[in-house]
Design a protein around this ligand. Sequence first.
Ligand code: BGC
Length: 508
Amino acid sequence: MAGGGFATATANGVEFEAKITPIVIISCIMAATGGLMFGYDVGVSGGVTSMPDFLKKFFPVVHRKVEAGADKNSNYCKYDNQGLQLFTSSLYLAGLTATFFASYTTRTLGRRPTMLIAGVFFIIGVVLNAAAQDLAMLIAGRILLGCGVGFANQAVPLFLSEIAPTKIRGGLNILFQLNVTIGILFANLVNYGTAKIKGGWGWRLSLGLAGVPALLLTVGALLVTETPNSLVERGRLDEGKAVLRRIRGTDNVEPEFADLLEASRLAKEIFQQCTGINAIMFYAPVLFSTLGFGNDAALYSAVVTGAVNVLSTVVSIYSVDKVGRRVLLLEAGVQMFFSQVVIAIILGIKVTDHSQNLSKGFAILVVVMICTYVAAFAWSWGPLGWLIPSETFPLETRSAGQSVTVCVNLLFTFIIAQAFLSMLCHFKFGIFIFFSAWVLVMSFFVMFLLPETKNIPIEEMTERVWKKHWFWARFMDDHHDDQVFASGHVNGKKSNGKSNGFDPSTRL
Ligand code: BGC
């Protein structure tokens, strides 16, 4: 077996043997392109909506308002238009609807066909968007892309955590988020370049280049193997075991085979969207242009925040298992709160309804503060919004939990996408106070209610964390555990009587 050392995971004294095989690595790279596609969709819309040619063609009303300048319209309300917001938000509305179907296909057809369905949706959506002649075609394209996101975000994270050896599963979870941030940065860079195209078709190139990650995901889905979990789930036990041997590079897969169904656990946290991150990710160029930045500077600044987002996600990969989840979330809470309040103060004083452009010094300070905020999000709620729920869902509720949390996350994403520009118009600089208040609430939640899950094996989570927690312990149902553990096995290991809330062997 070429490549990779042994990665062994210990749980209750039993080790799973697993080489980090090329097939695992290639599969994960392929599947992570799902993250790239999602990120590209998040990042591309804001830049495109700040391009005059795009506005002129699809949103002439907004174009006229922007051209008229601050004398005629409030700085804060230039982009306040339901149709324009629908261009961004329709994707997430379609996405959250699609998660219901995706949850079904993930379970019954498998992870691989679901990723393939996502890829096909993406490709058709990209073609409609790049070739759009009118608003209907544009929105139809966004809706298809949204369906792609719904299917991909359900299947890809499950695929990643099921195919990855236990020891590097945490890192691979964050690989998905890293790809999301790379996708956003890629979109920001593309927008910066295409905005300079004279012929009025730069936005078509921006929307069309989403075809690159879309194709990668589709080809990837054709090449990768189905996960052993999914095969077992659909009763194809022998095939499941054979695949497990192949991807682990060893014949000794019995302990892990028994642990199969415990592997898939990824979901997003609801709170994540209340940080206001997508106000920045979707609308950074529009926001910067609201502050009086020229078109080029606005797009350039979005590239800078995109780069900070990627680099800070790497910080998280390195520190999450060392300093723990709580430290990252609490530190980031302080940093996000502070930077949002500073931004609100600068805007409150310097950007009034009809003021002219921010002076250079203040403009730079705003960009620095936005970067400070994005960095904090990127090493805390960004990746941990994926990781923490994935560590806490027990098997019985995992599939449902996955789709409910993805769905709720997309619902909140939709609300922010649809409402932010109107909120900016009405709340003005206060929008940042609004989000900072949420950050405060979230940080108190972390401080008092979120237990540390660093270095706790998943199967011991209920016993060692939840049942000992001052608040959550009262919701832990011992009776239910006793029933589920009637067979006396925990993940293929003889149970010591302590339960983790489920027993895969009762399912096989
Ligand atoms: C969120 C996205 C967000 C991105 C920013 C993700 O974890 O789910 O909504 O745009 O992070 O990096």
